[in-house]
Design a protein around this ligand. Structure first.
Ligand code: FAD
Length: 422
């Protein structure tokens, strides 16, 4: 048997979060040997990542489009809202991947490998990654964005909401879109199976991504999202089906639940990205949170320190998320009123700052007092402040820990995993 390859770090999964960590390691001039592994590095354009931020935010330089204002509409309130400090950026998945992969190909301490990952394991001194081709790679630490934490228990979530959406990127014959403003939310009052809205990103006068988005616990049939988009384009832009071509589709189901914070998959194996709980429960936004952690963690590693363990959001922000999740899960009409009052009564920059969890407690109070509050009062009785517990899952080994990674152990481990898979 050939000897297992050993690395300082393995990054398992080269999507948003895996590439983010790799990128920040290069920026921090990390000298260790790194393996980045994914089942495919082929260019993919199944997503666009949007985020708000300031000019210093990573990856604003490759933004496909940037906006300084947004349109918002809910119930009787409809307005164009200009940003003061922030911009809203949209980065194409293909541009993001290309930029980082090019940099990695020039970095002598990075190996890139296309293989499908089967599982991970670890003991007190090493972590191991096992592929479906029965290859094993060892490292001091693994960062993974592939599998849900090994002790993830769906039934522990009080509000198992999903943000599910389907978007159509269309090209029109006529110049009809105003590319200076995007639509963050055009709330759909006619839809009662969840809180729903249209999201519109106009890239050019003749090109836009229109997405029908729902916060609920069950995805719709694909044709239902398409029907909504079709009627939105007709009602708002007078577009009949023959007036546009569909150039791209994107579909997503993003978790918006109150899962316990689980920073590690097993000892020496850290969770990244959506499976690691980096998605903000009340919004589904992930991009900025991923980069914030990667930057801080890469700094520590480049200084020869241990990886920074991902930390949970502050208690108050987890608590606000929980209250909003409760309203979204139990009272759709009240949810519409909350979003309407939030955007009507608070400057949009303050809302962005709040959703980025960067506000002071005084600013939180300003935001919260600007919202339609009766549904929150009801939620407070179910989840009393300061008595609500948020769990952090302790590390549990998925399999019996292997005592040391000598060749025999690795063979046993692989056989065991292959049996499980069959
Ligand atoms: C359509 C869509 C649009 C989104 N838009 C936004 C947005 O605008 N803003 C925002 O903040 N968030 C957005 N999100 C949420 C979130 O940012 C993305 O889902 C993001 O891609 C999550 O990053 P990740 O690293 O956790 O997972 P991914 O980016 O999905 O990366 C996981 C990687 O693991 C690889 N992989 C999986 N299984 C294996 C295996 N067995 N072996 C080897 N490799 C494997 C995959 O190939 C992939 O490259 C969106 C999500 C979706 C689905």
């Amino acid at each position: 048997m050939s000897e297992s390859k050993k690395y300082d770090l393995i990054i398992a999964g080269a999507g948003l979060s895996g590439l983010s960590l790799a990128w920040h390691l290069i920026q921090e001039d990390y000298k260790g040997q790194v393996l980045l592994i994914d089942e495919s590095f082929a260019p993919n354009n199944s997503k666009t990542w949007c985020f708000w931020g300031k000019k210093s935010h990573p990856f604003t330089e490759i933004a496909h489009r940037t906006w300084r204002q947004t349109d918002f509409s809910a119930l009787d309130f409809s307005s164009r809202l200009a940003f003061q400090d922030h911009r809203y950026y949209c980065v194409k998945e293909s541009d993001y991947k290309e930029k980082i992969l090019r940099a990695l190909q020039k970095a002598p301490n990075f190996d890139l490998l296309e293989e499908s990952i089967l599982d991970f394991s670890s003991n007190s001194t090493k972590a191991a990654l096992i592929t479906k081709d029965s290859n094993t790679y060892l490292a001091d630490y693994i960062f993974q964005s592939i599998f849900l934490p090994s002790n993830f228990a769906p039934e522990q979530r009080k509000y198992p909401l999903i943000q599910h959406f389907l978007g159509l990127e269309i090209k029109t014959k006529e110049k009809i879109f105003d590319k200076t403003s995007f639509t963050l939310m055009d709330v759909d009052e006619t839809f009662d199976q969840g809180f729903a809205f249209m999201y519109l990103l106009p890239f050019k006068k003749t090109r836009a991504l229109a997405e029908f988005t729902v916060f609920s616990d069950t995805p719709l049939k694909k044709k239902e999202y398409k029907k909504k988009i079709k009627s939105y384009l007709k009602n708002n832009f007078g577009l009949e089906r023959q007036d546009y071509l569909i150039k791209r589709k994107e579909y997503g189901e993003i978790p918006m639940d109150d899962r316990p914070h689980t920073p590690t998959y097993a000892s020496r194996i850290f969770n990244l990205g959506t499976v690691g709980g980096f998605t903000k429960p009340s919004t589904g936004y992930t991009f900025s949170r991923v980069h914030k952690y990667s930057k801080a963690c890469a700094k520590e590693l480049a200084r020869g320190k241990k990886p920074l363990s991902p930390t949970a959001s502050e208690y108050r922000f987890r608590y606000y998320d929980l209250l909003l999740l409760r309203v979204l899960a139990t009272d759709v009409p009240a949810s519409r009123k909350i979003f309407r009052s939030l955007f009507k009564n608070s400057p949009v920059d303050r809302i962005f700052k709040f959703l980025s969890e960067e506000t002071s407690f005084t600013e939180d109070l300003k935001i919260l007092s600007s919202c339609h509050y009766p549904p929150f009062l009801k939620a407070l009785t179910v989840h009393p402040p300061f008595l609500t517990q948020f769990k952090t899952q302790k590390i549990q080994m998925k399999h019996q820990p292997i005592s040391s990674f000598d060749e025999e152990d690795i063979i046993d481990k692989q056989d065991y995993l292959m049996d499980v898979e069959i």
